[in-house]
Design a protein around this ligand. Structure first.
Ligand code: DGI
Ligand code: FE
Ligand code: FE
Ligand code: FE
Length: 187
């Protein structure tokens, strides 16, 4: 599908404020790709689609994941994670994306995972620091992102894990693996 058509279709799936977030992720991922030697076009494509399933009903997300065998174990964890694998499925089946790296950047944009590709890292971080994000610590992660993709993501993952623990929530194992993997590669 052509870019302009895709944008209109994605916009129609979400409220205005979520589309504004998506535009922030698009612009930020392009900047990060330019900064860190990634591919801006593929970063933008993954960003356009990353939250396409964010406003689907829980039942629909669960059905798409279960019926298409998308999940090792997504459904045993927080439903806030489900829009990511469901979005990758939608990108492939409805929007015709066949680039596995782009699909993985969508699939793992919430959880992260061990051994993330550069594109996966760029989209993960862009989602975290796009200009509309305003939560404690985000400015610190924005400054880390000036220099190092890995240390910015590590700090973001640790903040997210900390918040989930404070709230007594489950933590998806791939999030822990993502954090451990980055910690190892930085040390
Ligand atoms: O969809 P967005 O709001 O743009 O952001 P996102 O896709 O990163 O998802 C947001 C939430 O998912 C985030 O606030 C924390 C929550 N969440 C729940 N369980 C987990 C989790 N995030 C991670 N990384 N790992 C989890 O296990
Ligand atoms: Fe998301
Ligand atoms: Fe995120
Ligand atoms: Fe997002």
């Amino acid at each position: 599908m052509e870019r302009a058509e895709m944008i209109e279709a994605v916009k129609a799936e979400m409220p205005e404020r979520r589309w504004i977030h998506t535009e922030g992720v698009m612009a930020t991922s392009i900047l990060l790709a330019e900064r860190f030697g990634g591919d801006p076009e593929r970063a933008e494509l993954a960003s356009i689609l990353h939250d396409v399933a964010k406003f689907w009903a829980t039942d629909r997300l669960a059905a798409v994941i279960a019926d298409n065998g998308l999940g090792d174990d997504w459904l045993a964890y927080d439903k806030e994670l489900w829009h990511a694998p469901a979005g990758a499925w939608e990108a492939k089946t409805r929007f015709g994306v066949d680039d596995e790296d782009v699909l993985n950047a969508i699939r793992f944009h919430t959880s992260g995972r061990g051994g993330m590709s550069k594109l996966e890292k760029i989209v993960w971080l862009a989602d975290y620091i796009e200009p509309g994000r305003d939560f404690p610590g985000v400015d610190n992660i924005r400054s880390l992102s000036e220099k190092s993709l890995d240390s910015a993501i590590l700090a973001g993952l640790e903040a997210t894990i900390g918040v989930l623990m404070q709230r007594g929530r489950l933590i998806y194992p791939l999030t822990i693996e993502a954090r451990n993997d980055l910690l190892r590669s930085l040390n």
